[in-house]
Design a protein around this ligand. Structure first.
Ligand code: ATP
Ligand code: MG
Length: 419
């Protein structure tokens, strides 16, 4: 026998039973996006590598070690998208979406690709859905985008088991202030920091704050706080965000060490985490990125967004509040005898056109085997078609729940089952 081809490490097959849960989640996502007046955008799965190098940042984990990069026949360097904010912003600029409306509220869903070490909740192909509000600099926009994810959690019934961590890195002036203050604090302690953190001291000192190394953590505990380095307008922006969250009853934890891994953030940054997960506890991350549109060649345009990992969200949902999924059909046609077998596809087609979910046997099995299949599929009814029934234009309709069986005209099956 030829060898079986195995799937690539770190990717998943989503089989029908699992896919039903995805669909239930996607229904909730669509409904909430619609209520918040966000429109769906579907950018391509691969982009020029340069977009991510510039948009996500050369020093980030994503760009420095996680991207799937290849070249095509034209020898351009292309990359499977590791995240979608850069792609959405590229699309916003290229399609002149600022001309459509001064604030563009966009959402997306799709697979992302990162070469990471696979483990529970961390895959090489994984799915995200996300939202971006491009055009408003004001704190009410920050609050709306946070409320959007919070509402999705509420509709899923898991808001109680998820917490919101929030912080601000301020505008570029504040960030620069803080960078200096942090480096001044760390410089005399540099030799005691982990190798990774020493490496980040020049390139990206803020990232040292989320180091997990025990020694680093001790040193970080005494570090200056970002909030103390915010300039007046950054500080005001942030306190307005917190006040509006308070007013709306959205609970949060101020997290001085939250910095997030991407380079493009300004002002408000946030993360939703769940105790139902192990080490990979973040289900959503986001923040304001006021400089990105300009850095990618557009006009100065403030923006804010988040992205959430679907596989991780489903792990939380499974642990807390499993989604209702329907994996049953309305009716299974049990056709008996060779003459009637060839009528089966046509009859089932009329029922399907009438709006029923139904199925029939294509393996020419016995009546008993067909009834077993009807049961396996959780059919509400079996429609038994023998020569005599067919001569009268009828089927015997068996209700599996009550056990009742009655003769029903073939063209009345849809209305009978629907009522
Ligand atoms: P983490 O800290 O877990 O590495 P991240 O900061 O890299 O997360 P983001 O880039 O902010 O994550 O992506 C947003 C969300 O996408 C995460 O909160 C998580 O739910 C999900 N996610 C990120 N990377 C993966 C992955 N490799 N596999 C599955 N889900 C992922
Ligand atoms: Mg990561």
């Amino acid at each position: 026998m030829p060898d079986k081809v195995q799937r690539v490490k770190g990717v998943n097959d989503i089989l029908p039973e699992e896919a039903a849960k995805w669909q239930a989640l996607e229904t909730v996502i669509r409904e909430v996006m619609d209520r918040f007046s966000f429109g769906e955008i579907r950018p391509p799965i691969f982009e020029k590598t340069d977009l991510f190098a510039r948009g996500v940042g050369e020093d980030t984990d994503i760009v420095s070690k996680e991207m799937y990069t290849f070249s095509d026949m034209s020898k351009s360097s292309l990359t499977l998208r590791p995240e979608l904010t850069a792609g959405v912003v590229r699309s916003y600029i290229q399609n002149n979406l600022q001309q459509v409306s001064p604030v563009q509220k966009l959402w997306y869903e799709g697979p992302m690709f990162r070469q990471e070490r696979p483990q529970k909740g961390r895959y090489r192909q994984f799915w995200q859905f996300g939202a971006e509000a491009i055009g408003s600099p004001n704190p009410e926009q920050d609050v709306e985008i946070i409320a959007l994810f919070h509402t999705i959690l509420q509709k899923l019934g898991i808001a109680g088991s998820v917490s919101l961590k929030i912080n601000s890195v301020g505008d570029s002036e504040s960030r620069a202030n803080y960078r200096t203050a942090l480096q001044d604090y760390l410089r005399p302690r540099l030799a005691d920091l982990s190798e990774t953190s020493q490496h980040r001291f020049e390139s990206n000192p803020l990232r040292i704050l989320d180091s997990k190394a025990p020694n680093d953590k001790e040193i970080i505990a005494g570090a200056p706080r970002i909030l103390d380095c915010l300039n007046e307008s950054s500080s005001q922006h942030y306190s307005q965000v917190l006040k509006m969250l308070d007013d709306m009853g959205i609970a949060y934890v101020q997290d001085d060490l939250l910095v997030r891994g991407l380079d493009y953030y300004t002002h408000t940054i946030f993360e939703f985490t769940s105790d139902a997960l192990g080490a990979q506890d973040a289900i959503c991350g986001g923040g304001r990125y006021n400089d990105l549109v300009h850095e990618l060649g557009g006009k100065e345009t403030p923006a804010i967004g988040w992205a959430s990992g679907i596989e991780r969200l489903l792990l939380v949902i499974d642990a807390m509040q499993p989604l209702e999924t329907k994996s049953t059909i309305d009716c299974f046609l049990v056709a008996l005898g060779d003459n009637l077998r060839e009528k089966a596809p046509g009859i089932v087609q009329t029922w399907r056109n009438g709006g029923l979910s139904c199925d029939f046997d294509t393996l020419r099995r016995s009546m008993k085997a067909q009834m077993r299949e009807a049961n396996r599929q959780g059919a509400a009814y079996a429609a038994i078609l023998g020569e005599e029934e067919y001569a009268h234009g009828e089927v015997q309709l068996k209700n599996f729940e009550t056990g009742e069986q009655t003769a029903v005209a073939i063209e009345k099956v849809v209305s009978t089952i629907k009522s």
